[in-house]
Design a protein around this ligand. Sequence first.
Ligand SMILES: Nc1ncnc2c1ncn2[C@@H]1O[C@H](COP(=O)(O)OP(=O)(O)O)[C@@H](O)[C@H]1O
Ligand SMILES: [Mg+2]
Length: 371
Amino acid sequence: MLAQIHIHQFRNINEAELFPAEGINFILGENGSGKTSLLEAIFVLAMGRSFRSRFLKNLVKYDHKHLTLFARSLDKTPIGLQYDFQNGLQIRLNNAPLKRLSDLAFHLPVQLIPANCHQYFELGPKFRRRMVDWGVFHVEHQFNYHWQSYKKVLQQRNAAIKTHKPINEITLWDKALTDHGLAITQMRERYLKQLIVHFRPFFKKLCPELADYKFSLRYLRGWNKEYELSEYLHQNLERDRALGYTRSGPHAADWSFRVNDADPYELLSRGQQKLFFLSLSMAQIMILAEQKKRENTLLLIDDLSSELDWHHQRTVLNTLRELPVQSFISSTNTELEALISGKNEKRFHVEHGVISEAGNDAINTTPDVVE
Ligand SMILES: Nc1ncnc2c1ncn2[C@@H]1O[C@H](COP(=O)(O)OP(=O)(O)O)[C@@H](O)[C@H]1O
Ligand SMILES: [Mg+2]
């Protein structure tokens, strides 16, 4: 949970300081005003990377050479992040240089609902794995260790295959690959079982008109489940050598939801797909809160109003109010202000990169020049 956010030379935001509410924060403004940029700044603070650019240099305000972000969580832990063209990215967590990005991610769990989230069901397995692994990472302490180790071993095995090393120099890695791989697979399976259980009531609430639909989850471990992983690696060695890489294993895992035994994108409207994605995120937040007693998850919803009618937007907000989460919700629909209720909620207006808290004067210390 963030109590304070400071943004400097990030995208079209020159300078802004926000003191967000603990519950819902509405970010309202016209197209191109800087709403997604604000959500992106929060995401970068939590993850050390952006969700819409692979290169941090694109986030620096045009004609400037560096950006800085700063935040303080409710427990007062400071996070400082600076990126400049010469020295790259530097992050400080609790006044000490950050050793691993995963420490930052662990400190501040963040879930993002992008504006085009209904397209999620058409994206590749990499995106699906990323969503599940987010949850497993936060719930299972050993996951990151096994996953990082697995990736290293996989790299070594692939390098041996590629450089046509003798067979024993390739299979040398199989034991470690299997040990870490099985640990990863077990944790993912455990997590997915909980996910479907938590998902159902959320979706029923957000989309009661589909309450009768049947949901199931298919999980593919990344290799033929009739075989042990070690056995499968052994059997497919010649195939891997011909391909030039290790094809099967948890790195190739995938999972899919089925709705009445069809793909969600074949059956659900775009709005319903968005509610589906939102329910998945809410389920993940609940699992984290229940299992780890973590109540500091951030939820960023970019453009809530797209694809959703008024009634469904209101249901989403009411459901969020019951969740242990701090949310930042952007929209071009200023009528959303009518739905703001309790004292744990605030609204911010964004105009040409200038952010102001509604009811207060502009909170930017040096407003941007607007041409
Ligand atoms: N590095 C940058 N420096 C300055 N402006 C930028 C940068 N990157 C993008 N922009 C501009 O920032 C504006 C705000 O973008 P965005 O946050 O996506 O708006 P919104 O989500 O409110 O529609 C856009 O006009 C975009 O062209
Ligand atoms: Mg936007």
